[in-house]
Design a protein around this ligand. Structure first.
Ligand code: FAD
Ligand code: UDP
Length: 381
């Protein structure tokens, strides 16, 4: 065990970290373990892990209460960093989309096109097929442009338009290209959702990994606590804030849109509910997708648990909404963050970026290096 650092002179904490998700936990870990700082990390939820939190449900099945979280990254640094806190189980996610009465691979690939249209094209021929149906777009700006310029209108309408309208409450033409660009198009038969170098799930789950990160004598964890309840009671030197940026500034420039979801969890008395980890429903039902956890975690159990995702305008903030007017509004809040030299803003909600877990870890590690650099510079001055 590491010796606890002496308390700062005022008896308080060097850092108050708001939010115990990836952004907060990485910074708490680095500041305590690497820099010997005393850290108080608070979360208003009753658990650590943020949206990546997992737990065993009443049936004894490991579930992700906030929707399926699949870890994937191309960053060796991020993977090696997290590997200090968990062993891994290799897992490559596969997704089918329910379209025209069939379940077909998404991202769209050779098998998707052959299955949908009853064709027998080769990889070479499907490339010409895409070229023949693609609608040229002068400048790819929106989420509609990305898809129609690659695979044409029919595939766009069947696989993307309905899903996107449901998920975001907006037409793809109203969203930045970056949203649907997350899902590529393939001419081969690769039916993996991701192609990253590292694809694996924490062997004992995310929560166990977070527990290992935060297990340090210099880190105090306070749950069920909105930071506003304690911010004036507990002395702290610097704050790291990972909640929604507009809430920090009391929505003074108006509400920054975050998309929400309702998660409906079910357990079924069968071993397997569906063929793959996630099935997308672009055109039917109020939900966008159903995910079955045992595929993802590898757990064996006679029963199985699934989650349905119903997109909502109101509720807990889960997704920033990438579109030009929101970027403009975010800029106003970003300008305010620069006036708060006592606070650092990190993570998906605080920097209003549609980041995956690995990107948040990378952002948090970079933030740590910057904080250490700033300190070194201040000492030199
Ligand atoms: P969060 O995890 O949101 O943590 C922020 C924390 O701050 C929360 O716990 C919140 O309670 C707390 N907080 C906020 N305000 C306050 C306050 N006032 N006082 C105290 N605490 C506060 N990424 C992937 O890489 N792969 C996936 O498969 C994947 N699937 C996803 C599925 C869904 C449905 C969603 C919503 C996201 C998914 N993600 C996935 C993204 C992933 O969840 C995020 O990248 C990551 O969890 C963000 O970490 P964070 O620390 O920035 O934010
Ligand atoms: N998308 C779609 N159809 C699909 C899968 C994705 O239209 O079958 C679009 C949709 O707009 C979605 C975006 O692509 O929000 C990004 O998909 P991803 O699976 O990365 O979403 P996430 O897992 O972040 O919710």
């Amino acid at each position: 065990m590491t010796e606890a650092a002496p308390l700062p002179r005022n008896g308080g904490f060097d850092y108050l970290i708001v939010g115990a998700g990836f952004a907060g936990a990485v910074l708490a870990e680095r500041l305590a373990r690497d820099a010997g700082k005393r850290v108080l990390i608070v979360d208003r939820r009753p658990h650590i892990g943020g949206n990546a939190y997992d737990r065993y449900d009443d049936a004894g099945i490991l579930i992700h209460p906030y929707g399926p979280h699949i870890f994937h990254t191309n960053s060796k640094d991020v993977f090696e960093y997290l590997s200090r806190f968990t062993a891994w189980r290799p897992y490559e996610h596969r997704v089918l989309a329910s379209v025209d009465g069939q379940q077909l691979p998404i991202p769209i690939n050779l098998d998707t096109v052959n299955g949908l249209y009853g064709l027998n094209l080769t990889a070479f021929e499907v490339e010409s097929f895409f070229a023949s149906v693609a609608e040229p777009v002068e400048q790819v700006r929106t989420s509609e442009d990305v898809v129609v310029s690659k695979v044409g209108r029919d595939l766009y309408q069947k696989f993307f338009r309905g899903y996107t309208r449901k998920q975001w409450g907006l037409d793809p033409s109203e969203l930045d290209a970056s949203v649907t660009a997350r899902v590529p198009t393939r001419t081969n038969r690769d039916n993996r959702y991701f192609t990253d170098t590292y694809q694996a799930m924490p062997l004992h789950g995310y929560t166990r990994m977070f527990e290992a990160m935060l297990d340090h004598p210099n880190i105090k964890v306070m749950l069920n606590t909105d930071y506003r309840e304690i911010v004036d009671l507990v002395p702290w030197g610097h704050m790291i804030y990972t909640g929604p940026v507009d809430a920090f500034f009391d929505h003074c420039h108006g509400k920054l849109p975050y998309r929400s979801l309702d998660f409906v969890h079910e357990t079924h008395p069968v071993e397997q509910f569906q063929a793959v980890g996630t099935v997308n429903y672009p055109n039917d039902y109020g939900y966008t997708r159903i995910s079955e956890f045992k595929h993802i975690t590898g757990q064996r159990h006679p029963h199985t648990s699934v989650v349905y995702e119903y997109p909502r305008a109101e509720g807990d903030p889960y997704y920033p909404v990438p579109r030009p007017e929101n970027a403009e509004l975010y800029k106003k809040y970003e300008a305010l963050t620069r006036t708060r030299t006592d606070v650092t803003f990190v993570g998906r909600l605080a920097t209003y970026r549609y980041y995956n877990m690995d990107q948040v870890v990378a952002q948090a590690l970079a933030t740590y290096r910057r904080l250490q650099g700033d300190k070194a510079e201040a000492t030199e001055r």
